[in-house]
Design a protein around this ligand. Structure first.
Ligand code: PAF
Length: 284
């Protein structure tokens, strides 16, 4: 496995793969890898000739400086895990390698057709502009055949699909296919996240109530309206000492707009467990 830190070296390696008509599987990450990432990487290794993983904590998608500073980073541990999975290239650039000073300061903007006006987009203004800025730049560099994303970040995945559809119409990214991968959970149901590293053992136990409530809501949904279930989920999680719901929205899976019926409904939640912001979702 080769660790690459410059765009020029990455481009050189990608061009060599393309000359040999090799398929490239790509997993973009911000590091602090866990079993959720491992499942994406395993698919990418199995389904492609070459696997590239990026490890880059993207500053332009953080609207909270403290969150960016506290984001867990451990490239050596990440590289060990990736080598074990048979990854060919890890791309781990510095922010200066990825962006000019101007790009770091100016907000990139993209038309999300309203997908960014709800939930994470509403709570973290500019977040998805930063995500699309870095992901589209990485796609241009890696030129993947397939790119793998986890369903835990449900809204992010919808936005990436939208961006790729729009860009493909304009002839960008070739035949790129986005592969949606299911949420990976701890044995107790807690959705795997790099942010879980910031939870104490006690908080991890507390946070289990998030997924437990979402699973219970599948039963509630059999005999209740969307509004009733939404309120019950919020009340149940808020009743747990140490948890505070930021939002729980039940939305249509394609439009991400709040829905009042159960067809294609997805419940997306963000909860503060102490200072740590956790997200999860469930399909009804
Ligand atoms: O989901 C993430 O870890 C990030 O948003 C991504 C897609 C790697 C872009 O920085």
């Amino acid at each position: 496995m080769q660790i690459i830190t410059t765009k020029s070296e990455l481009t050189r390696q990608v061009s060599a793969c393309m000359r040999q008509s090799k398929t490239i599987g790509f997993v973009p990450t911000m590091g602090a890898l866990h079993a959720g990432h491992a499942s994406l990487v395993q698919c990418a290794v199995a389904e492609n000739d070459v696997c590239v993983v990026s490890v880059f904590v993207n500053p332009t998608q953080f609207n909270n400086k403290e969150d960016l500073e506290k984001y867990p980073r451990n490239i050596n541990k990440d590289a060990e895990l990736l080598a074990d999975f048979g990854v060919d290239f890890v791309f781990a650039p510095t922010p200066e390698e990825m962006y000019t000073q101007e790009e770091m300061q100016q907000e990139f903007s993209f038309d999300f057709a309203g997908l960014d006006l709800v939930m994470e987009g509403k709570m973290r203004p500019g977040h998805f502009n930063g995500v699309v800025q870095v992901v589209s730049r990485l796609f241009d560099l890696v030129q993947p055949t397939r790119a793998y994303f986890g369903e835990k970040d449900f809204q992010q995945l919808a936005i990436i699909h939208h961006m790729v559809e729009r860009s493909s119409m304009a002839g960008r990214f070739g035949e790129l296919k986005i592969v949606d991968c299911p949420i990976v959970r701890e044995a107790n149901g807690l959705a795997m996240s790099s942010r879980n590293e910031r939870l104490s053992e006690q908080s991890k136990q507390t946070a289990v109530a998030i997924s437990q409530t979402l699973f219970a809501s599948l039963e509630w949904a059999k005999n209740a309206s969307v509004k009733e279930v939404q309120q019950r989920v919020i009340d149940t999680i808020n009743a747990v000492d140490g948890l505070e719901v930021e939002y729980y929205e039940i939305v249509n899976k394609d439009t991400l707009q709040p829905t009042d019926n159960w067809d294609n409904a997805v419940g997306c939640v963000t909860v503060y467990c102490g200072p740590v912001r956790l997200i999860d979702n469930i399909r009804y």
